[in-house]
Design a protein around this ligand. Structure first.
Ligand code: GH3
Ligand code: MG
Ligand code: MG
Ligand code: MG
Length: 392
């Protein structure tokens, strides 16, 4: 993202850039100090613009808006009439006071970047209102899908569930109303799984929240409130997604853990007609621990997963099943094809490492536990037959 900072106070813009570039990697900054120079910089993705300049106070913002540019205005004056004048047209109008301003700006920039991958479904029957909301959302960089009544909205939701990150819905709608929409969605997805922001002019806020909206805005509302509520919900769900992902990962090796196996793998198992499961267990691992210490043992586990990840296909999944036992789920391959993949891991270890593993592979079994237990039996056969081998 190319960002231009137009600010006559050079030490302030230096400080801004230092602070922002330390925290965001995706931005390139350019600074200028006067409105006059602005004409040569109309190629930027975003403009952070001081309101009071030696050669302009507002004209620079008007100029950028006329050229349809994305503007964040900053100002030292908290003159509300100025703020009011530009508030609806810029992404944000920030009053420059202390460090919290810059922290806010930083969060906003990060959010704008992340929003490129966010899709919002907006259900609103009043076209004037829909346009108002759409224009605000456009400034936030999000992708927007609109519907003008409840039935259409729900239909789109059902078709594009996997793409949609947030639903913003009016409560009073023709066809199914917002409350019914919320109820239907909540049958399938809980309040922690999918965010809904409800909007209405009457006193239905408590009802919408009780039925499962995550937040509520009462019409008429300020653009700023709308932005903050949308951003807050998106931020909250980013955190939830992050934590959900983290609890499914083994912290030592970065492989998935048993939690992933229990909550996700069963669904994947049902999706694929053909699939194989391999159970891999490091040979004489206890001896590695006993001889070289636990830390060396940990290193071996990490290395093992690294080698596996480098070798297997993108769609294959690796799960730490137990201490030094790993499950690899391979979609769209039978056990003979899976054997070739696991043999590659074995060959890679033989080439450059001083430990080996045994493995059992299965493509039989009607359920995931059944397939795992067949693979497990074969793993033990491999151990019994002398280790460092693969049984199918
Ligand atoms: P086999 O060839 O029959 O598989 O023998 P083994 O020694 O590999 O198997 P065993 O089950 O006897 O020992 C596994 C050891 O793995 C025992 C346990 O202390 C160790 N272990 C389990 N988790 C970890 C871990 O996170 N780090 C380390 N360093 N060791 C672990
Ligand atoms: Mg309505
Ligand atoms: Mg072992
Ligand atoms: Mg074991």
């Amino acid at each position: 993202m190319d960002i231009l900072i137009l600010e006559d106070n050079v030490s302030y813009s230096k400080f801004l850039i230092k602070y922002l570039s330390k925290n965001i990697l995706f931005a390139n900054f350019t600074t200028i100090t006067t409105f006059d120079e602005l004409k040569n910089h109309l190629d930027k993705d975003l403009y952070i613009v001081d309101y009071n300049l030696p050669d302009a106070s507002g004209e620079q913002i008007d100029f950028l808006l006329e050229h349809n540019k994305n503007v964040i205005a900053i100002s030292a004056t908290d003159d509300m009439s100025v703020k009011q004048k530009y508030n609806d047209k810029v992404i944000d109008f920030i009053i420059k006071d202390d460090l919290s301003t810059i922290e806010y700006l930083l969060r906003l920039l990060k959010r704008l970047q992340k929003n490129k991958n966010i899709t919002i479904l907006l259900i609103e029957d009043s076209m004037a209102m829909q346009n108002f909301e759409k224009n605000i959302l456009k400034k936030l960089n999000v992708n927007i899908i609109t519907a003008k009544d409840g039935d259409e909205g729900l239909k789109i939701y059902k078709e594009k569930q996997d793409e949609i990150d947030l639903l913003i819905t009016d409560i009073n709608l023709p066809g199914k109303d917002g409350i019914e929409i919320i109820k239907e969605i909540r049958h399938e997805k809980s309040i922690e799984e999918f965010p809904i922001l409800a909007i209405s002019s009457d006193k239905t806020s408590a009802k919408a929240l009780k039925k499962g909206a995550n937040d509520f805005i009462k019409k008429p509302f300020e653009k700023e409130e709308f932005i903050v509520r949308v951003n807050n919900l998106l931020e909250m769900f980013d955190s939830i997604k992050k934590y959900k992902k983290e609890v499914m990962l083994d912290p030592l090796t970065g492989a998935y853990n048993r939690m992933y196996l229990q909550t996700k793998l069963d669904n994947l198992f049902k999706i694929y007609e053909t699939k194989s499961v391999a159970m891999l267990d490091i040979d004489h691992f206890k001896k590695i621990n006993d001889t070289y210490g636990h830390q060396k043992g940990d290193e071996v586990l990490k290395t093992f997963v690294e080698v596996i990840k480098k070798t297997i296909r993108r769609g294959d999944l690796i799960i730490r099943y137990g201490g030094e036992e790993f499950l690899i789920f391979m979609p769209n391959v039978n056990k003979k094809e899976a054997f070739i993949a696991i043999a590659k891991i074995r060959a890679a270890l033989h080439k450059g490492y001083d430990f080996t593993f045994s493995a059992g592979i299965a493509d039989e079994g009607k359920t995931l536990p059944e397939m795992i237990s067949i693979a497990d039996e074969r793993l033990y056969e491999a151990k019994r037959n002398g280790r460092d081998r693969i049984v199918i």
